[in-house]
Design a protein around this ligand. Structure first.
Ligand code: 48F
Length: 251
């Protein structure tokens, strides 16, 4: 016999317990694109309490779409080691250009992040930050359907020692901070130039305001670096770098 009420109880109880556990997190990440997922994995692997909120139903951000929906990604040699680390199969297409399945890459990194202990909540949007005495100390969240329907429903707050903006091109979290604190932080991303974009994204991955870090495409949006299209090595390396920076700061 299968009882629907038991299924409902199981789902509701477990979800609420998970949400309750993350109310005070070590690190909150906004956005489950490649950079946010990689950061989540490396931070969770260190034993930190990592919570990732993703606005959409699906995870992976721009990665599953590959280039113009051709669901392949290209990764340069500097990041090949990360493909191997996540057990993503790849082949060298031309010297230094590694080709992988966008779906395999998305699935593999997502799986490893979850299995490392990162708590991922999809369908939840980070709509604001908690800032006390000029330090970020948490995020303000709401259900994405509430945001989309424009319902007047107050959000909830999650405390965090560190917050990572991994929201991609819009750099939404930094943008929100800018609007609330009246400071100019965002330069806006430049036109396509893959080589420079890939380099700058890693170089500029850092803390941009006390306890607020950026990784992935949000980095180039903040620092005025160019976009780079469907080459993903910089995203993976940036996710790893932001995790390393936070780990170094904590220990
Ligand atoms: O855009 P996205 O994939 O970010 P990324 O990790 O990677 C960029 C590449 O996909 C691609 C590229 C490669 O060369 O340029 O664009 O920097 O993923 C960002 C994720 O953040 C979610 C969004 O739905 C997406 O899945 N997101 C955006 N704003 C919010 C958010 C928000 N306010 N709260 C929660 N999630």
């Amino acid at each position: 016999m299968i009882e629907e009420k038991i299924i409902t109880r199981a789902i509701v109880t477990e979800y609420l317990q998970r949400l309750e556990r993350v109310v005070s997190s070590d690190v909150v990440i906004a956005g489950a694109g490649p950079s946010g997922l990689v950061a989540a994995y490396f931070l969770a692997r260190k034993g930190l309490k990592v919570t990732l909120f993703e606005r959409e139903l699906k995870l992976g951000g721009g990665m599953p779409g590959g280039g113009m929906m051709f669901n392949q990604i290209v990764v340069q040699k500097e990041a090949k080691e990360l493909l191997d680390h996540f057990q993503i199969r790849s082949r060298e297409f031309r010297e230094g250009y590694y080709l992988a399945s966008a779906l395999e890459a998305t699935a593999a990194i997502t799986l490893r992040a979850i299995q490392a202990g990162a708590e991922i909540f999809n369908n939840i949007t980070v709509e604001d930050l908690k800032v006390i005495e000029d330090k970020v100390c948490g995020v303000v969240i709401n259900w994405t359907p509430v945001e989309r329907a424009g319902l007047h429903i107050d959000p909830l707050t999650i405390d965090a020692r560190f917050v990572i903006d991994a929201t991609g091109h819009p750099a939404e979290v930094v943008r929100k901070l800018e609007s609330k604190t009246n400071q100019k932080i965002l330069k806006g991303e430049g036109p396509m130039w893959a080589e420079v974009g890939e380099r700058l994204i890693v170089e500029n991955t850092r803390e941009v305001y006390p306890n607020l870090y950026v990784c992935g495409m949000a980095v180039n949006a903040v620092f005025g670096g160019p976009r780079m299209g469907p080459i993903f090595g910089g995203m993976l390396l940036s996710g790893k770098k932001v995790a390393d920076l936070i780990i170094t700061k904590i220990w």
